[in-house]
Design a protein around this ligand. Structure first.
Ligand code: PLP
Length: 455
């Protein structure tokens, strides 16, 4: 087939539009050239997006989709200030960190202002995976221990080292390495200690203590405890208040460090704080924080922040840390522009206001639809967990998948599912998501769930 067939009529002989033809052709070429483990959203009927602005995506026909998925395009897709900052710096210079340049120090300075004073050394990298891999090295260098504790269902990245510490992945692959230990996910909705437990934070922290004791019995030593500050792949979980502080205490007394993975949750997504770990109280400070996705609004930039002591141990091994692209002037210019837009447009405030409105509307919907077992979240990090019965809390996996498909097909709203049973519908939209967007989404969910009741 050739696109030439369309030159005069914009229709093929069999009535297919030029755009549809091109889409089919792209799909066929993608199947041919791109590894099949790189999956598409809506694989039965993928969406071809050709441009975007703010929280909206546009397909090849100009149809608009509301993006409730992308926590990467943090200040909005193709924000003009970000594009401008990238273009200006690209026109001027792009080198690596071996040359002295203002941008990297200006950016580190701005990030330092958002973090506790103790987290004062920065390493810039290109992806959340690179950040977590470096965090593993830093922890190992500082503690001289090897073992890592992670939460069940966690995902920390696609590198070999991170597949090893991601139960979400390794359970489907070769399995668990002897240096990796899994603690229960502190999920007070469907975990082992629930909302009716008198002290779920202590009870879940005790499970980590037990893991540490077991590791010691085997003659091994803890290097790090790794956790997202709000486990996202685990199903938009809100850790019980006090859990992280207690876990940090147990891990440190075993000679290990606490790594907070803020790749999804950082940069004001939770609204009330810049970092989700700050929700756990003033007295809680991780030893290493990793960040990525929202930093560059789509440009690959990520970072590790740590303490002077951990950084000193890494330096002491005498080996240079060089990352060809990490921290280059363009990436840092973009990172700075993201912070500027966040401040100018009060996007953290917006996340707090719109997130609270969205959660409130969803909670109201929960009173009308038995299938909504739980609504939880912070700022624009929200999840609704669907269940087939509220008593047993049986995951409604199929219904969640149907809801996602119908929202796309009938309303052009993109959402995704997560959690161990893919029964949690997740909202993590660009931070410019509006009150009207929230209301529209909830109206559409209401209509579809009402319709699903009669089917
Ligand atoms: C919590 C978390 N950590 C790390 C990563 C890895 O980041 P990247 O895909 O940028 O390598 C991801 C990616 O989805 C993530 O969700």
């Amino acid at each position: 087939m050739s696109a030439v067939r369309f030159a005069e009529t914009e229709k093929s002989e069999d009535g297919m539009s030029l755009e549809k033809f091109r889409k089919e052709e792209t799909l066929a070429k993608r199947k041919k050239w791109i590894g099949h483990s790189c999956r598409l959203f809506y694989s039965d009927d993928p969406v071809k997006i050709v441009r975007a602005r703010g929280q909206y995506l546009f397909d090849e026909n100009g149809s608009r989709y509301l993006d409730c998925i992308s926590n990467v395009h943090h200040v909005g897709h193709c924000h003009p200030s970000i594009t401008q900052a990238a273009a200006s710096q690209m026109e001027l210079l792009n080198t690596n960190t071996r040359f002295l340049h203002d941008n990297i120090v200006l950016y580190a300075d701005r990030l330092a202002a958002t973090l506790p004073e103790k987290l004062c050394v920065f390493y810039f990298v290109n992806s959340g995976s690179e950040a977590n891999d470096l965090a593993l090295r830093l922890a190992h260098g500082y503690t001289q221990h090897e073992d890592v504790i992670v939460l069940d269902h966690a995902y920390h990245g696609h590198l070999t080292s991170l597949i090893d510490i991601s139960p979400y992945k390794f359970r489907k692959l070769a399995g668990q390495k002897e240096w990796v230990h899994v603690a229960p996910l502190p999920d007070v909705y469907r975990g082992m200690f629930r909302e009716n437990h008198p002290d779920p934070a202590q009870a879940y922290a005790d499970t980590v203590k037990e893991v540490i004791e077991e590791v010691h019995r085997k003659g091994r030593k803890i290097s790090a405890f790794f956790a997202e500050s709000l486990p996202s792949v685990g199903g938009q979980i809100i850790l019980p208040q006090g859990y992280s502080t207690k876990v940090a205490e147990y891990v440190r007394s075993a000679g290990g460090v606490y790594v907070a993975d803020e790749v999804q949750t950082g940069f004001g997504r939770v609204g009330s704080h810049f970092w989700a770990f700050q929700m756990h109280g003033e007295d809680f400070c991780p030893d290493i924080v990793t960040m990525g996705k929202p930093m560059g609004n789509g440009h690959p930039v990520a970072c590790v922040a740590t303490t002077a002591e951990i950084a000193a141990a890494f330096t002491a091994n005498g080996v240079e840390y060089f990352n060809t692209f990490g921290g280059n002037p363009v990436s840092c210019a973009i990172g700075l522009a993201v912070l500027d837009v966040m401040e100018k447009e009060d996007l953290r405030g917006n996340a707090m206001r719109v997130g609270a409105h969205l959660k409130g509307l969803l909670r109201k919907l929960q009173t009308q639809h038995q299938i909504i077992g739980d609504v939880r979240g912070a700022g624009l990090f929200v999840g609704i967990e669907l269940v087939t019965d509220r008593e047993q809390r049986t995951p409604a996996t199929e219904a969640a998948s149907r809801l996602v498909r119908r929202l796309k097909e009938e309303d052009r709203i993109c959402v995704s599912t997560d959690g161990p049973w893919e029964s949690v519908v997740k909202f993590k939209p660009p931070m410019c998501f509006s009150m009207e967007d929230a209301e529209l989404v909830v109206q559409c969910i209401d209509r579809i769930l009402t319709d699903m009741k009669t089917q």
